[in-house]
Write a protein of this length. Sequence first.
Length: 93
Amino acid sequence: LKHAVFLTGIPQEGDYDGGIEPACSGVFGYYRDGSRTEKVAMKSQQIYTADTFGLRTLDEAGKLVIEAVPGIGHHAWVDNVDVFHTYILPHLV
């Protein structure tokens, strides 16, 4: 595996991007157990610290690309050609 890429949009208002909540879950950030407001970043998640599927291993090897892009809603990843060219295409070529 050369690298793994995980992208998500972070909407201007709130944590719902039109597809998932919180929006940062697209890059392994989730709500703290029992909370609907406090988020826990990827590197503090058990899936990362325990390396349950190699996420930490990829990160430590410099093969993990994580990007949360402000102002992009869920559907923009497939509906907006500029978003595709800016954020997705560079990882495909």
